[in-house]
Structure formats: C-alpha cells, structure tokens
Design a protein. Structure first.
Length: 232
C-alpha cells in the first residue's frame, strides 16, 4: 500500500512495506545500535521522502526535516526524540502522548491509516509555531491488557488491548502484522535478544533487532510455537 502527501513541491510517500525512512534510494531504520533515524538523517535534504505507513514521529519528524518543512521545536527536544528507544518516557504525562492520543496508527490495519496520517501531518505543519497540546498520559496506558499465555517465562500479550509494552518489564506482543519481544528497561535487553535468537532457530523465521526490542513478521510458525495459534 502506498499513498502520497504533497506539500507545495515537497512529497511524502507512505509505503506499508517500509519499516523506516527511505531517501535517495537508501533506507534508514532504527537498529540494535540504538542510533535513531532522527540522528542518522540529520544532514540530509531532499524534495521527496518515502517512509513507513505510520504517524510515528520516529520517521515523520525526520521526514519533515529532510523536506525542510517547519514543525514545532518540541519534537526536537532530546527526551522527546529519545522516547523512541526509551519507552519509559510514557510513565509520565507528555505532549507527545497527547499527540499520539489524537493521531496514533499503532493498532490500525494499513488501509485505515491514511486519513489519520494526513491529519497528523497537517497538524504538525499547521502548528509549527504554537503547539495546542496539553500534557497527558498515553491513553493506552490506562486500558487493560490481554494476556494470551507464556513462552519460556515471557508473558504473551494481544497488542490490541492496553499497552503491555510499557507495563510489562519483559513481554511478547502480538499485533496484526508483527510479533515484538521487548522491554522498557535496558537491563533486560540481552534477555530479549536471547529469546529472539532461540525463536529464530526453532522456526527459521528472521527477526530485526532494535534497541531493547526485536520484531518478527507474524507467522503461523511463531504462533504455533507459542501455543496461541487461532487466538489472535
């Protein structure tokens, strides 16, 4: 799935096959090294950027910066940028949480995301000088989580409910397209990578390492290994 947003002569292309941001034919993603797309693309300028089909500021803000399209300086604050690798940022109220309460695409199928992404982009551009957001808790934090079972001591959650990625110190999270194993705390990062390697060896499925998390494509092999096939 692809769609475009054109802002004067600048173009954003949203591509559901991307997991990061692509410019001049090179794709930038967040990896195990913890270096953010925001930092990897700091000095790049272009008239066209391709990015993941998401309202996530990890790619949306760098894309606007590459296109030289103004947005509010709040999104350049280091703790706000760093929240991509430090999910415990959301243990407190923030304007970023308020932004996602309005425009999150996290639990939506790709075909339902276009209108929300367009609203998010318009909001960022329209409010480049004054940001009409109050500090809020992320709404998902207040929702109940749904536990599906356990694998090797790791709780398995249905990501359609609540925000277990923040509330559980270690967890496996099942959404519509992917399986993520993650922790909000650095001290458990090795545990995440170790269990991911074991799952890869048993299922022959590849995974992508990011800071404090790994991501698999959602497959029947993995769901069967977890004993939750047919539950999500």
């Amino acid at each position: 799935m692809k769609f475009k947003i054109q802002i004067e002569k600048k173009v954003l292309i949203f591509n559901s096959e991307l997991k990061g941001l692509k410019v001049y034919g090179k794709e930038y993603v967040g990896g195990e090294d913890g270096i953010l797309i925001y930092d990897k693309t700091r000095d790049i300028k272009a008239d066209e950027v391709e990015l993941q089909t998401s309202s996530n500021t990890s790619t949306l803000i760098p894309a606007l910066r590459i296109l030289s399209i103004p947005y509010h300086l709040y999104f350049d604050q280091r703790e706000v940028v760093g929240s991509q690798n430090n999910i415990s940022f959301y243990w407190n109220k923030s304007k970023l949480a308020a932004f996602y309460n309005k425009f999150s695409t996290d639990r939506l199928d790709y075909e339902k995301r276009e209108s929300i992404i367009k609203k998010a982009v318009n909001f960022l551009i329209k409010n480049s000088k004054n940001l009409p957001l109050k500090e809020e808790f992320l709404a998902r934090v207040l929702e109940h989580c749904k536990l599906l079972g356990f694998y090797q001591g790791f709780p398995i959650f249905d990501s359609s409910f609540g925000f277990a990625k923040l509330q559980s110190r270690l967890g496996i999270h099942i959404d519509s397209e992917a399986v993520m194993i993650s922790t909000p705390l650095d001290k458990y990062e090795k545990d995440v990578y170790q269990i991911a390697q074991q799952i890869s060896e048993l299922t022959k499925e590849k995974h992508v390492k990011k800071k404090n998390r790994v991501v698999f494509s959602k497959t029947n092999k993995i769901l069967k290994l977890f004993g939750i096939e047919g539950l999500v």
